[in-house]
Design a protein around this ligand. Structure first.
Ligand code: ADP
Ligand code: MG
Length: 596
């Protein structure tokens, strides 16, 4: 057996460097973080050839005296924590005391530094020894220069990507750090060319726009605060949803982190404002008592753990959903109504007399009357149509004057055209009606936990497979809560009642659609149940709303638009398809070469 030996400090550093220094961007990250922790107001980053050859970070922070500058190179030497207790209240970006030791073990590293009371000093590692000599010509602050990364470790160098790819990693790292520290001036040079000159800004939003001018007027603020947590920042308007995740940023106590629970909460908050292949844009800042998180779970500190991640999920989900709904609702009201000069800022109640009238007369959502080929409901619960009417009347006294919608034109029996405030709006009538019906059914379900059923005159027999049989047993409760009643046998199902609101001629088609959905999606956990319910309600909405190709009168068109204005998510149908397409007057002018 071979003897066990203690590793040399140099080798320990090299091993640790494998965790801390993955690529040049990791070095840039650690050095900028050190400059920020040193209370700098101006930070300059210079890199050459994707950072592989040269990285230099200069700051005007507090600097180091000779003794500290030497200690900085030693593994686990830090000025940021002293005791185990400090580990629970970390507010600096660094604390592990291993960055400089790791970096200097894999690259030629020099520190040139000066404090307000000491002379400049130059410290470097030569043949494994830390040496220092007097520096010259520098103000208070620190410059760390790193050259020849992985020169001595060809195995690691091999894994580096092209200069361009490494450069992109560095840019991403740089951008991530500069956003929460918007009160610091940053200059970034690549191959001696100034790429970013970010002057300090008053707000984080200004810093975001400085870096991504394309996001101007596309950001929706979010804010929540209580004793233990403060959530703020911006989410992107759904019109700028993307396919890639490059504009998603989460900062916890100013540290950029990638935290699946937050990503999931934001995505869920967008709901149907996201198509299935889209992701949102967001910049979310969370300030939380450091005792309630563990930042020490990853060597590069880009992950963390929350003590109560379920609560974090709930808070973020709610703040995103509410901010988005409020914003979109007001935006659409301002767009579609005659109040461009004095934007409406208040909420309108869910239902109003207009809706009531439309149901009584010619509802575009076909809530009633029940089609003649269906028997009259004697299923459980109230008659759904009547109930909606009653609900609407409850709100009558709260109703504000109806907004004036401009003239509406229907084309191809499918799209509604409205001109308003220099914009042409094209609405998909089915998608809009579906959204309205969906929100009404959902509100009804949330209140009563069930939807009324409608008995079929002649029960329908449907052949089912063994798998379908099992799926139905598993979801029997949820299916009956939305109005399906049936007798189940191993090979057949006798459909006796369907949700009252459905107007499709063949309810078994609808039931089959649900069956195939159940076999294609594993519905096991509670979150999935919510998703299933949303699916079921959106399918009901689809089967009970006006279709494309249906001729509408002007009253019906106005009712759709008015009711859409009251929806929580007026821009997308429950399946995530867009409802509205906006064409600006300027775009038309450009197309007709009136304006260039
Ligand atoms: P950590 O940041 O985790 O403490 P580092 O290895 O990154 O560990 O740095 C070690 C120490 O060196 C820091 O705790 C700090 O005291 C000092 N230091 C590093 N960079 C700077 C800087 N730019 N200005 C002032 N002090 C610095
Ligand atoms: Mg550090």
């Amino acid at each position: 057996m071979t003897d066990i030996r203690l590793l040399s400090p140099d080798l320990i550093n090299k091993i640790a460097a494998g965790e801390v220094v993955e690529r040049p961007a990791s070095i840039v990250k650690e050095l900028i973080e050190n400059a920020i922790d040193a209370k700098s107001h101006n930070i300059t980053i210079k890199i050459e050839r994707g950072g592989v050859n040269f990285i230099e970070i200069s700051d005007d922070g507090i600097g180091m005296n000779e003794q500290n500058a030497k200690l900085a190179f030693v593994q686990h030497a830090t000025s940021k924590i002293y005791s185990e207790n400090d580990l629970q209240k970390i507010l600096t970006l660094g604390f592990r005391g291993e960055a400089l030791a790791s970096i200097s073990s894999i690259a030629t590293t020099t520190i040139h530094t000066k404090t307000s009371t000491t002379d400049p000093i130059l410290v470097l590692v030569r043949d494994g020894h830390i040496v220092s000599k007097p520096g010259s010509g520098r103000k208070t602050g620190t410059t760390v220069t790193v050259k020849d990364i992985f020169q001595k470790i060809p195995a690691r160098k091999k894994f580096l990507k092209s200069e361009n790819a490494e450069y992109k990693h560095i840019l991403n790292t740089f951008i991530k750090i500069t956003i929460p520290f918007h009160n610091i001036n940053f200059n970034f040079y690549n191959n001696n060319k100034l790429v970013y000159s970010l002057k300090e800004t008053k707000t984080i939003e200004q810093r975001i726009i400085q870096i991504f001018p394309i996001l101007k007027s596309k950001l929706i603020p979010v804010f929540f605060s209580d004793k233990s947590i403060n959530i703020s920042g911006y989410i992107g308007h759904p019109s700028i949803n993307r396919k890639d995740k490059s504009l998603q940023f989460v900062f916890v106590n100013s540290r950029a982190v990638s935290e699946p629970i937050i990503t999931q909460a934001i995505k869920t908050g967008y709901g149907t404002n996201l198509m299935h292949n889209q992701v949102p844009v967001y910049f979310i800042t969370i300030n939380i008592d450091p005792k309630k998180i563990d930042v020490n779970v990853h060597p590069r500190k880009n992950e963390l753990r929350f003590d109560n991640s379920q609560e974090i999920f709930r808070l973020i989900y709610n703040v995103v959903r509410e901010s988005l709904e409020k914003h979109l609702q007001i935006e659409l009201q301002n767009r579609l109504t005659n109040t461009a000069s004095t934007p409406r800022q208040e909420y309108v109640p869910e239902y109003n007399t207009h809706t009531t009238k439309s149901i009584k007369t010619s509802s575009p959502y076909n809530f009633s009357p029940i089609p003649s080929n269906k028997p009259i409901s004697y299923g459980k619960g109230l008659n759904f149509t009547k109930e909606i009417l009653l609900q609407s009347q409850e709100y009558t006294s709260l109703i504000e004057p109806e907004p004036t919608i401009g003239d509406t034109l229907q084309i191809f029996n499918t799209y509604l055209l409205v001109e308003r405030n220099g914009e042409l709006m094209v609405l998909d009538q089915h998608a809009a009606a579906e959204r309205i019906t969906y929100e009404k059914i959902k509100a009804r379900f949330q209140k009563h936990h069930s939807l009324p059923a409608q008995k079929l005159l002649i029960p329908e027999s449907i052949n089912i497979s063994k798998q379908e049989y099992l799926n139905i047993i598993e979801h029997k409760k949820i299916l009956s809560s939305i109005g399906f009643e049936f007798e189940l046998k191993p090979n057949t199902l006798l459909l006796q009642a369907v949700p009252e609101i459905i107007t499709t001629k063949n309810p078994q088609d609808y039931f089959n659609e649900i069956l195939s959905h159940l076999s294609n999606s594993g519905v096991e956990i509670e979150k999935e149940e919510i998703r299933l319910l949303n699916y079921l309600i959106s399918t009901i909405a689809c089967h009970s709303s006006i279709r494309a190709g249906q001729k509408l009168g002007s009253f019906q068109m106005k009712t759709i638009i008015n009711d859409l204005l009251k929806c929580k998510q007026p821009y997308s149908c429950p399946h995530g398809r867009p409802i509205i397409w906006i064409i600006k007057k300027g775009e038309l002018e450009k197309n007709f070469k009136r304006k260039l």
